[in-house]
Every structure is written in structure tokens, then in C-alpha cells.
Design a protein around this ligand. Structure first.
Ligand code: ADP
Ligand code: MG
Length: 583
């Protein structure tokens, strides 16, 4: 049997329980030397109801209050009373778990949650040195080999590895939050790197700035990279270029983009659009002889149709003349009512920035294209290429929500309709989530569509093996519904009070004391809490071997030696006009 992980001597006695409420304990410190070693986030053990049991707490406040008091003089010789100084040392801890040296046949068992309340005057011990090592070593040891997700080291004991349950981390959504430059992208790269060691990891990263490209560099990297087609890719798209042809969009997504709800003819426009799209999809199914699908498809089903034909049909409605009661022709039912709708649609079709939607290559108009594309995106071969980076950096910001939303919806819907015994789980990492998963009050029609998709995944994804990891520097701008579904948090340095307040509301009440740490964390340091770990802890994340291109520039040093390149400025002006980056 292993030795007990916690063995205390008189030297470890910090003090005694002075006050208790449901989760917090005040400890009156008896050792004025020891208290100088206690910091925020340290661990304390409080004697529990049996000899074998200790309640484990995290220190969240250490105070010394000085008061003056009358000294009880032994000799009553002097007539005046003398005043003396007295210090009261108090440590406030939040209870987080229960440790038992023996539990049935098991030694050294730790579980989250306090099994009992400590009683007044119970002895409290400071956990440090060998006790700390022994205890921290326990935290990941319960996890089976295949479930371990190693993230870094504990700050309070850098000999002990911080290990989370990989299953629980991804199972019920996670979020990685922190101010810009705090190390979020590095944390994502670390997760990906660890996952890439698994035979069939399946993670799709929504990369907003093309930061994760180095992870997919040939030979060195482990990830596969896709790029959403930019204006320059339309004529001759490469292998890695991804299109999201308009026919993948459901009715609401399409209308969010082209319908102006304030137009008095909006209901007519929506109804003609719906009816024509349904007819065109039916036409495709008939040509493809998909008789079974034709019986049950809806206007939302992803079935290719020609957008040019749609424009013609709408145009026809908009200009139709019908035979009147007299000899003269009169305007048809829809005549003139669709003009603005048509205008908006044509404007989108002509805009090359929307090419990835409206100018798909011929191959992407074929009936069997979708299955091939989804197989490619969801494959996870043994070479570790189950890590997929999708670069959205060339997608115009106003459609970013629709594109990310449609992409996520397709993946989710596919998983939803898959035979349940054949599903294999995957996770979507949403980097810079505030850009496309905004707080609802501010959302426009397009953003609302995307939100609805991600909220559905956040609420129901777990049942179908789809999870999300939300990454953001502005948690206060990210949909609360989505954040509040996250069960694991990796919170890096966070300096803004509004963001801190939002994070404070997401984590359990009892942990709120730990929030004070957030502005003080170093780069790459994080508070890890949630159901993937037994104990909320401050950890130092490992640095990934292949780092993302975070693009942090050394302004001062660069100004000291390099001059801006004139020809590149000129070239960029043309690039700006062409809306195509030079390759
Ligand atoms: N775990 C880490 N270890 C060491 N350095 C790190 C770590 N994480 C981040 N950094 C440093 O901080 C910089 C910013 O990190 P990054 O992940 O791009 O921040 P964010 O995505 O939060 O804006 C990186 O360029 C790197 O130098
Ligand atoms: Mg980043």
C-alpha cells in the first residue's frame, strides 16, 4: 500500500477553525511565522469528522489585523493603564474537496466537494513541501492512461504535472478566455498538439486570422489546413480551398443575407423565394433520380440548384404581365414587388468577396459533392491529420457569422442524422468567438442565425458527440447562452473588469475568490477549473512545440532597424483593389 499522501506534524499546524459557513472557513492562525508563507491559491487541510478525513481548502484571503488593547500588567504599581499591540491573523479558505488517507481498500482518495462541515476549533494544516507534492501527484493519478490530457504544471508546485481528463474537457464544452496576448492561441495549439498524438483525434479549428498555419506545414506539422475561398481563388481553386456553395444554406440563412425585413414587400419576397427554391431543388432531385429523397426533402435540404435560374424566376415574377379582363394586359400578382429583393440578390452574386458562396466551381454544384466534402472534413486518419484548421481570414466580416454558422450547422446536422452507433465525436474550436457569437441583444439577422446554430450545439451537442471550445479575448461580448453551457474553463490573464465580471458569473460562486488572481496571471498561466479536473488550480501551460503565428511585433526593435518597404506598399494598394492576397 502506498504511504499516506498527507502526513502532518506539529510544524504544519496553521491554526484552528474560527468560523464556518456553507463553503467558506475562517482559520484563526496560531503560528505567526507560518502565515507569512501562505499566499492566495495555496492549499490547506482541515481535520474532518474522522482521523482519516481531511477537508481540503484553497486560500483566498490572508489578513492580519492589528488592534490595540490594554495590557494586563502583572504588577499594579503604575497608576496609568498601558496599551499594547496585538495582531490577529486570519486565513479565509474555500472548501473544494475531501481527502481520505484510507477509504475502504483504497489509500489516498481525493474527491471534489466537502463531505462534511468542519467544526469550530478543528486543527488546520498548511500543505507544503512533501505533502504538497504527494497531494498534487494524486490529482491526475486517478485518470486512466488513455484519458489523460497533460496541460502543464501547477504554479504552487512545479514538480507536479497538471493533468485534466481529456474526455471531460471535450465532452461538455470548454472555454479558453483571456485578454489579448495572454496565451490563448498557444493554449489552443497545445490542446491540438496533445490531441494529435491520439490515433483518430477529430478537431476542427475555426481560425480567424490564419494563425494556425504553422501547425499544418508540410512534413513538420500535424494538422490539415483548409482555406475558405477568397476572391483570388475563384478561377482556379487549389486543393485546400473550401467553398460553401449557397445551396448549403437553409432558407433562413439565405434570407438573413438577402432579405430586408423592413421592406413592406418582405413577406412576398420571402414566399416567392421559398417556393422557387423548393421547385428548383425538386428539379435537381428528379434529374438525379433521387426518388426517395424527393418524397421528404424540404426547402432547407442541402440540394444543389442553379442560382441563375432562381434569379430568372424571381425576375419573371417581378415583371410578369397577365391578361386582364379587358384587352389590355395588367401587372401580375408579384409585379414590382420583388425589385429590391432582386437588386440585393444580384449585388451579392456580383461581389467577389462572396465568391465562396455564390461562385462555386462546377464540381461543387454536383449532387455527390457534399458527401465527398464532409468526408474530407470529418476524416481522421491514423497520420494524426484529424486536426483540421479552417482559415476564415479572407471571409468578409459581415458574413463571418453566416459562414461559421452554416459550416457548424452542417457538421452538427450530419452528426444528428447519422446512425447513433456509427457516430464518432468531434469538437469545434471557435477562436475569436466574439466575432461571430456575439451577445444576443446586439445581434443582427445574420448573426442571430449563426448564434442559433451554436446555441443548439452548446445545448444539445453532447448527446450527438459534438462539442465546442469557445476561445475569446472579450468574454463580455460572447453569447452568454453559449458560455454558460461550458463546463470547463481555462482562464488566462484577464484585465478588463467587465470581462472579469462575466467570467465571475460563469464559475461556481464558491470559486469567486480565485477571480482576484486573474489580472495577475503571467503569460501562459491560467486558472483551470471545471469538471475535467478535481481541483481548481493555477497552472503554467506548456509551450507547444509548433507555435501559432501569433504575429506579435517588436515595435521598438523593428523601428530601430527596418524601414517600411515602399514597393510592398504600392503592391498592397493593388491587392486591396483586387481583394486578392499575392500568393
Ligand atoms: N504557454 C506559453 N509559454 C510561453 N510563452 C507563451 C505561452 N503562451 C503564450 N506565450 C507568449 O505570448 C504571446 C502571445 O500568445 P498568444 O497565444 O498569441 O496570445 P492570445 O491568443 O491570447 O492573444 C506568444 O507570442 C508567446 O510569445
Ligand atoms: Mg489569439
Amino acid at each position: 500500500m502506498p504511504d499516506p499522501a498527507l502526513v502532518f506534524t506539529a510544524l504544519d499546524v496553521l491554526g484552528h477553525v474560527a468560523a464556518v459557513d456553507t463553503t467558506r472557513v475562517l482559520i484563526g492562525v496560531s503560528d505567526p511565522q507560518l502565515i507569512t508563507r501562505v499566499g492566495i491559491g495555496n492549499l490547506v487541510a482541515i481535520k474532518g469528522s474522522t482521523e482519516q478525513e481531511f477537508l481540503i481548502g484553497i486560500t483566498e484571503k490572508v489578513t492580519r489585523s492589528i488592534r490595540e488593547e490594554f495590557l494586563e500588567e502583572e504588577e499594579e504599581t503604575s497608576s496609568s493603564l498601558s496599551l499594547g499591540i496585538r495582531a490577529d491573523d486570519i486565513v479565509r479558505v474555500v472548501l473544494v474537496g475531501t481527502f481520505r488517507t484510507v477509504l475502504g481498500s483504497k489509500r489516498n482518495a481525493f474527491k471534489r466537494g466537502a463531505d462534511s462541515f468542519p467544526q469550530i476549533d478543528r486543527e488546520c494544516f498548511f500543505i507544503e513541501g512533501a505533502n504538497l507534492q504527494g497531494f498534487m501527484g494524486l490529482l491526475g493519478s486517478e485518470l486512466k492512461e488513455g484519458e489523460r490530457l497533460e496541460l502543464g504544471h501547477f504554479v504552487i508546485d512545479d514538480n507536479a504535472k497538471a493533468i485534466a481528463s481529456g474526455d471531460r474537457f471535450f465532452q461538455r464544452h470548454a472555454s479558453i478566455l483571456g485578454s489579448t496576448g495572454s496565451g490563448k492561441s498557444y493554449a489552443v495549439a497545445l490542446l491540438l498538439e496533445r490531441a494529435s498524438k491520439l490515433l483518430h483525434a477529430n478537431i476542427i479549428v475555426f481560425d480567424m486570422h490564419g494563425e494556425y498555419e504553422p501547425l499544418a506545414v508540410k512534413d513538420k506539422g500535424y494538422a490539415r489546413r483548409y482555406r475558405i475561398a477568397g476572391p483570388g481563388d475563384l478561377d482556379n481553386p487549389g486543393e485546400d480551398v473550401l467553398f460553401l456553395p449557397y445551396w448549403l444554406l437553409n432558407r433562413d440563412e439565405m434570407l438573413a443575407m438577402i432579405l430586408d425585413r423592413s421592406d413592406q414587400n418582405a413577406p412576398n419576397q420571402a414566399s416567392r423565394f421559398t417556393s422557387h427554391v423548393r421547385d428548383l431543388k425538386r428539379k435537381t432531385l428528379q434529374a438525379e433520380k433521387q426518388i426517395e429523397t424527393e418524397k421528404t426533402f424540404t426547402v432547407d435540404s442541402p440540394i444543389p440548384y442553379s442560382i441563375d435560374e432562381l434569379v430568372q424566376l424571381v425576375d419573371f415574377d417581378d415583371t410578369e404581365m397577365v391578361a386582364g379582363k379587358t384587352a389590355r394586359d395588367v401587372k401580375g400578382d408579384w409585379n414590382g414587388k420583388l425589385t429590391r429583393f432582386l437588386g440585393r440578390m444580384r449585388a451579392k452574386l456580383e461581389d467577389r468577396r462572396y465568391g465562396f458562396l455564390f461562385s462555386p466551381p462546377a464540381a461543387a454544384m454536383r449532387y455527390d459533392w457534399l458527401a465527398k466534402q464532409l468526408v474530407s472534413v470529418l476524416r481522421a486518419d491514423t497520420d494524426g491529420s484529424g486536426i483540421k484548421i479552417v482559415d476564415f481570414s479572407e471571409v468578409p466580416t459581415d458574413v463571418l457569422p453566416i459562414v461559421t454558422g452554416t459550416f457548424a450547422r452542417l457538421l452538427y446536422d450530419l452528426q444528428f442524422w447519422m446512425r447513433s452507433d456509427k457516430r464518432s465525436p468531434f469538437s469545434i474550436i471557435c477562436d475569436e468567438a466574439h466575432l461571430y457569437l456575439p451577445v444576443k441583444d446586439d445581434a443582427d439577422a445574420v448573426e442571430k442565425q449563426a448564434l442559433a446554430t451554436f446555441e443548439r450545439i452548446a445545448k444539445e451537442g453532447r448527446k450527438y458527440g459534438v462539442s465546442i471550445v469557445v476561445v475569446s479575448q472579450r468574454p463580455s461580448d460572447v453569447s452568454r447562452t453559449i458560455l454558460s453551457q461550458c463546463n470547463n474553463f481555462l482562464i488566462l490573464r484577464l484585465t478588463n473588469d467587465r470581462d472579469q465580471a462575466v467570467v465571475g458569473r460563469l464559475i461556481p460562486d464558491s470559486m469567486s475568490g480565485l477571480m482576484e488572481m486573474l489580472p495577475l496571471l503571467d503569460i501562459g498561466e491560467a486558472l483551470l477549473l471545471g469538471d475535467a479536473v478535481l481541483l481548481p488550480t493555477r497552472i503554467k501551460l506548456d509551450c507547444p512545440v509548433i507555435c501559432p503565428a501569433s504575429g506579435t511585433r517588436d515595435f521598438w526593435r523593428e523601428w530601430g532597424k527596418t524601414q517600411p518597404d515602399v514597393s510592398s506598399i504600392e503592391e498592397a494598394v493593388e491587392t486591396l483593389r483586387r481583394q486578392t492576397r499575392p500568393s
